[in-house]
Write a protein that binds this ligand. Sequence first.
Ligand SMILES: Cc1cc2nc3c(=O)[nH]c(=O)nc-3n(C[C@H](O)[C@H](O)[C@H](O)COP(=O)(O)OP(=O)(O)OC[C@H]3O[C@@H](n4cnc5c(N)ncnc54)[C@H](O)[C@@H]3O)c2cc1C
Length: 509
Amino acid sequence: MAVNTTDIRCFDRYERKDVVIIGNGPSAIALSYLLSGHIPYWNGCPVSNDYLNMKLEKHVKDNSLFEQDLEFLSDGLEGRSRNPVSLLIDNLIHPDADLGANLQSKIKWRHDPLSAIDHICIGRGGIGGVWNRLTSKQLHTVSMATWMELPNYSMSIFRQKYRACRLRQATNNENTSIINDDTSLRATYDEIRSYYINYVKKHRLINYFRNGHEVVSIERVCIDAPFYDDLTQEICTPEALWEIRGYDEQTKIPFIMHAKYVVLATGIPQQITKPLGIIGEQASHSFTYTCLTDIEDIIVNKKRLTKNSKPLLIIGCGLTAIDVLLLCQQYLIPVVHVFRRAIDDHELVLNQLSATVFPEYEYIKELIKQSTTPTTSTSVEWSYQCCIQSEIISITEDGTVHIRNLRTQITTEYEISLIAKLTGAESQIPFFRSLTTNKNNGLNINPYTYECTDLENIYALGALAGDKLVRFLQGGAFACAANLFKKYRQISTDNKLSSVVTSRTRIVV
Ligand SMILES: Cc1cc2nc3c(=O)[nH]c(=O)nc-3n(C[C@H](O)[C@H](O)[C@H](O)COP(=O)(O)OP(=O)(O)OC[C@H]3O[C@@H](n4cnc5c(N)ncnc54)[C@H](O)[C@@H]3O)c2cc1C
């Protein structure tokens, strides 16, 4: 599609970048760090996997990891990601993490600003992606704090400094109530949010970020005029570029950007929660909440729910639902909790977490079990009613809900105050709606470069590539950066060669 030049002049911003990254969360931040010329090397310390160790010794040694054959290096690795490069990088950054170890990273970094690739990260809100909106000082990450860190900035050191700073502020204000000597292995949401903001500052990446901007479309365009090539003596059509359009969230001023490469680091679309398809769903919209921060705001700040309110109806049993349960328990807010699965279902996230590392989740699991046993009383103070293997049939405008037990087919009526519908987001591929997704709801990508197989020069990171956890999404950033650096090295070699050939040709002519 050719672009109308008068159209472009109407826009406040019309820029060209080599790489446009859409998103400003951990995926985008990790990639920006790499593209700004931070090059990873193996530090020479052995890893526990003998086969990987042998390959590192024999083939990697002092060469940059970006120059390696990532398919060969990641071959044979197994773990909690389906992406081989994610497993490779996780093995190097968090060696033996799944065995409970907290070992030093095997990667050392060198900064080569001359190799940096021109790029920009465009994202809604502030730095941190989803973490920019997760501000709770009470809720903790499911992952270990160190698993939330990005390349070359220790989370432990950051947390020590962050706490010392808060302690100083609290002491100066003589407000000892906010002093929290929490030395948990897992960080609060607030700590993670501050870590990502600090990460960008510490590594001087801030100029690579354009926050508070919404991208609305990406299209293939040809903007340059055809040109005459001296060498081939032919008229050539310039290369097509990607055109990224969007606007500033505050001023609403639109922008247009052109780039050869686009990286989708847009995370999971949070707003589109799956409809339940029940009677009264529309009528209950005004008192239904689907986002953790909104529910936390209602409970903690607005205090719209108290221990004397009618129960909050929590639908779903994923991590967010459990976080809401923990909040309700803390503030003694009565709860009716409903989900379809059985309590011993392996797919249930509660059955995938270790009891020693996640005692509060284990506690919730016990509560669920007790709540379904009529003889056992759970807590004298907190009213918690759990309907496992159950589904909602209808909700009325005045907050009457009918819940049917899928095993017994018995329907029970409850009076509720508000609804926390936490049944997961509908997976929709942003910008390229026609694209098919794979069974993990991600795009089809080349697992060693993270390039979309159906779209030229488009890469996908994070959830779109099947990696939702920070520990694993870094592999995507590595693979994408390695591929881009290889392409740029190739271009500069070709340019050098063509300049030699051109001068020779001219002499002959
Ligand atoms: C409540 C909660 C708890 C979690 N706990 C953990 C945990 O303990 N451990 C863990 O590893 N992970 C956890 N996660 C998963 C989380 O997805 C990752 O931690 C991480 O944030 C993923 O990073 P990302 O950069 O890929 O995506 P995100 O952090 O989602 O960032 C993507 C960014 O892109 C922006 N964006 C999307 N579309 C557009 C557009 N059209 N225009 C402009 N900007 C756009 C989004 O607004 C967002 O800011 C949790 C998530 C939630 C919601």
